[in-house]
Design a protein around this ligand. Structure first.
Ligand code: CAA
Length: 297
């Protein structure tokens, strides 16, 4: 199936990046948000990222200033922000990137199933919820996949393409080709908790927080250990701030509820406390570290 028009629901941390890479790949993109202020924030993030990338390609001698600005302008022109869900009705692919709340996601899929054309493929960017349940809620489980991107979407090369038992070969192949068109490396995964990356990564982040909680080492030392001992670009505690403490908590809470006998799924008290205090990481300026915009303060 040929994709031309892409809808993205949610223009937050992940959604704005998905809007941007889809537009950079030449698709016409509708970015849907529930409120104008969220949409404005998401579009402003895209603007910032496009300027950064244009400046970088000039600096590296990959493009002239004129060509870099032309490329950014073309990307910008392919993006339409909207508060009207009906603008998604004739999209070929709708990717949902709203908060990690399964009930909210199911409600959204029910609404999308009712308004979108029959051929529309639905994709969720969920980090950890069962894709199949969203497919059932949409009323077209055979046209449902997971397209799980990584933060920051503009830079991370991977996309997990998740197929449920009902996803058709055509839908899976189309979703994979979308991933390739956005210049990501697609990996195929079954509809399992956390797919490949988060099944490995989140328990690792949890262990680092339990270590901090026990006082085994400081946050800075745990991070330095993994950065310099294992060559990771950032340590697990910085990464938790980067991903968002609320997102991390909602992933593990969901797992603990569904799989109470899996010892790798645990909820560090320190994570609950920070989230209660509204310290959600980089996006709120404080988590386990203090942040000044995109950088640690
Ligand atoms: N758009 C455009 N450019 C961006 C950008 C964005 N959104 N974010 C960063 N950049 C640019 C920076 O401006 C910087 O450019 P300069 O070199 O010109 O200054 C460049 O990218 C490198 O960034 P930084 O200097 O800030 O730092 P860095 O070299 O450490 O790279 C990083 C940043 C790519 C994020 C790297 O630290 C990294 O790979 N970290 C690990 C990230 C990771 O593990 N992500 C997965 C999270 S898990 C997840 O997403 C799944 C889930 O469901 C929970």
């Amino acid at each position: 199936m040929e994709l031309k028009k892409i809808g993205v629901v949610g223009c937050g941390l992940m959604g704005h990046g998905i809007v941007q890479i889809a537009a950079q790949a030449g698709f016409q993109v509708f970015a849907f948000e529930a409120k104008q202020e969220f949409l404005d924030k998401g579009l402003a993030r895209i603007e910032k990222s496009l300027s950064k990338m244009a400046a970088k390609s000039v600096e590296k001698g990959k493009a002239s200033a004129e060509d870099a600005e032309k490329g950014a302008a073309e990307t910008r022109a392919r993006i339409t922000g909207t508060l009207d869900q009906k603008d998604l009705a004739d999209c070929d692919l709708v990717i949902e990137a709203i908060i990690e709340d399964l009930d909210l996601k199911k409600q959204l899929y029910k609404e999308l199933g009712a308004i979108c054309k029959p051929e529309t493929i639905f994709a969720t960017n969920t980090s950890s919820f069962p894709v199949a349940e969203m497919g059932e809620a949409s009323g077209r489980p055979e046209r449902m996949v997971g397209l799980h991107f990584f933060n920051p979407v503009q830079l991370m090369r991977l996309v997990e393409v998740v197929r449920t038992e009902k996803t058709t070969d055509e839908v899976f192949a189309t979703a994979k080709s979308f991933g390739e068109a956005t210049r990501k490396v697609p990996v195929a995964c079954k509809d399992t908790p956390g797919f490949v990356v988060n099944r490995l990564l989140v328990p690792y982040m949890v262990q680092s927080l339990l270590m901090l909680e026990r006082g085994d080492a400081t946050a800075a030392d745990i991070d330095a250990a993994m950065q310099f001992g294992c060559g990771h670009p950032m340590g697990p505690i910085t990464l938790t701030d980067y991903v968002g403490l609320d997102t991390t908590l909602s992933i593990v809470e969901g797992w603990v509820e569904r799989y109470p006998n899996e010892p790798a799924f645990a909820i560090p008290e320190i994570l609950r406390t920070k989230v209660k205090e509204g310290k959600l990481g980089r996006k709120t300026g404080e988590g386990f570290y203090k942040w000044d915009g995109d950088k640690k303060a």
